[in-house]
Design a protein around this ligand. Structure first.
Ligand SMILES: Nc1ncnc2c1ncn2[C@@H]1O[C@H](COP(=O)(O)OP(=O)(O)OP(=O)(O)O)[C@@H](O)[C@H]1O
Ligand SMILES: [Mg+2]
Ligand SMILES: [Zn+2]
Length: 484
């Protein structure tokens, strides 16, 4: 008897399955999220899984001590900041997901990397389900791709993409985007949870089986998470997010998961007519437009991944004309702002009832580290009291509910960055003050190229001057110091 293809209903939010349609998912609570999908043939899937197994796997268990470590020679994308986010370049056979909002520059970045790799390593396959070959080529002309062995494929069928991969044997594959790809095995629409999961899984087998690094572009939903199943993030080795504001030219790529490197590592780019350009000194960029002598502006030192970045936080407090006061945060967490405002009211005696409070990290950066608390608090207090914070002062520290300033990690890294950027004073948690830090000779921007640890000559030390470190225990102490 011919088997009837079984129908399942799948929640597009969480992947839960049900034999019949449901109005509300019992697992994740999403409304109207069930879509009819045809269950894949279990025999076919098992055969496929058998065909592709991880490279080098023998099928039987091996003794830990018998396994030799593979030295992953990483491939460079030719873009320093991109290599940095990846943890030092592309690991052969890895599957990387790059997510980001529409028009942020995902295709641009990957086309630039593809062209660089094609020049240095040989054929690269760029498969797009969103743009025609002509569209991609006209972008490529702008990016000066030139004569590199770069293959363009305008295709949405997964099986065809895999065929072309087998034919061209590329050194790198890019699939733009995973939501447009569909497999002939499923009858649901491209972008549905079943299709996205199948595409990612098949491309994972291909990447591992042929040892070809593969990049997937992923769309993000309105709330900023990657569209499609959360499972997608588990399948891939690395998840990168492309962030930035449409109205600013700079973009940030952040690693949120990386099996081969540190997470929250950051790459900073600037969007130009000739594509994305790496920004080697982000602090300079983020402080470039800092207003002079304006109340409500403070500089905080945050650490993203392994890199310290100075950013300006701006606050504006004004009396509310309507009954309910507004509190708006951009670049920091809204909840965190509410908490810091409560601390300021209760522990530092600021009266903010009936005031609108706006807080913004200049330049569209996002900081989500507790160490940025002190800067936010100082900017708000500076606006309320209409007192300017000296332009040469930087700060960092976590603020607790009792109004205490708590120690944070990597203090010396932050101080060094502040000193390099020419700041002469750092307000920091007292707990982080230690004699070793105070003895350290700080270097300025002009000494940046000098290797870390090399003894500076007397002249350099003289130029660097001293970055004065001021330890504070409470928010009150910090504000007294800043605004006395
Ligand atoms: N001539 C140009 N000069 C400067 N910037 C440009 C130029 N042309 C395009 N751009 C920038 O490139 C961006 C589009 O980049 P890209 O197509 O790589 O984005 P994407 O993330 O792939 O978008 P999508 O989600 O639509 O695929 C535009 O938003 C614009 O900022
Ligand atoms: Mg695109
Ligand atoms: Zn669900």
């Amino acid at each position: 008897m011919a088997r009837r293809p079984s129908i399942v209903f799948v929640c597009q939010e969480c992947g839960a399955q049900s034999p019949k349609w449901l109005g509300r998912c019992a697992d994740c609570g999403a409304w109207n999220s069930f879509v009819e999908e045809r269950a894949p043939d279990p025999q076919a899937s098992a055969a496929a899984a058998h065909r592709y197994s991880l490279a080098g796997a023998t099928g039987s268990a091996r003794l830990y001590s018998d396994i030799e470590i593979e030295q992953h020679a990483r491939l460079t994308t030719g873009i320093d900041e991109f290599d940095r986010v990846l943890g030092g370049g592309i690991v052969p056979g890895s599957l990387v997901l790059l997510g980001g909002e529409p028009g942020i520059g995902k295709s641009t970045l990957l086309l630039q990397a593809a062209a660089n790799l094609a020049r240095s390593l040989g054929p690269v396959l760029y498969s797009s389900g969103e743009e025609s070959e002509h569209q991609i080529k006209s972008r490529g002309e702008r990016l000066a791709v030139g004569r590199a062995p770069l293959y363009l494929l305008a295709e949405t069928c997964l099986e065809r993409i895999l065929e072309e991969m087998a034919r061209i044997r590329p050194a790198l594959v890019i699939v733009d985007s995973v939501q447009t790809v569909f497999s002939l095995k499923f009858q649901s629409a491209p972008g549905s949870i079943g299709q996205v999961r199948e595409a990612a899984t098949q491309l994972l087998f291909a990447a591992k089986g042929q040892n070809v690094p593969t990049f997937l572009v992923g769309h993000v939903t309105k709330d900023g998470s990657l569209a499609g199943p959360k499972a997608l993030e588990h399948v891939v080795d690395t998840v990168l997010y492309f962030e930035g504001e449409r109205h600013h030219s700079h973009r940030v790529v952040r690693a949120v998961k990386n099996r081969f490197g540190a997470v929250s590592e950051l790459g900073v780019f600037e969007m130009t007519a000739a594509g994305l350009r790496a920004v080697p000194n982000p602090s300079k960029l983020f402080l470039a437009e800092r207003p002079a002598n304006a109340p409500g502006s403070a500089v905080l030192c945050s650490v993203e991944g392994s890199r310290p970045i100075l950013v300006e936080v701006q606050a504006l407090v004004s009396s509310s004309t309507f009954g309910n006061a507004r509190r708006m945060a951009s670049g920091i967490d809204q909840q965190r702002l509410a908490l810091l405002l409560a601390v300021l009211e209760k522990r530092a005696g600021l009266n903010l009832v009936g005031d609108d409070v706006f807080v913004n990290i200049a330049g569209g950066m996002t900081v989500d580290e507790p160490a940025s608390d002190l800067g936010v608090v100082a900017a708000i207090a500076s606006s309320v009291r209409n007192r300017v914070i000296p332009a040469s002062t930087a700060m960092f520290g976590e603020v607790g509910l009792a109004g205490e300033v708590r120690g944070i990690t990597q203090a010396s890294l932050r101080v060094r960055e502040a000193a390099q950027m020419g700041f002469s004073r750092c307000i920091m948690p007292e707990a982080n003050l230690d004699p070793a830090l105070e003895r350290e000779p700080f270097r300025r921007a002009e000494d940046r190229d000098r290797p870390v640890g090399a003894a500076p000559d007397d002249a350099a030390l003289h130029r660097a001057g001293a970055c004065e470190l001021i330890g504070v225990r409470t928010v009150g102490e910090a504000l007294d110091f800043l605004m006395s």
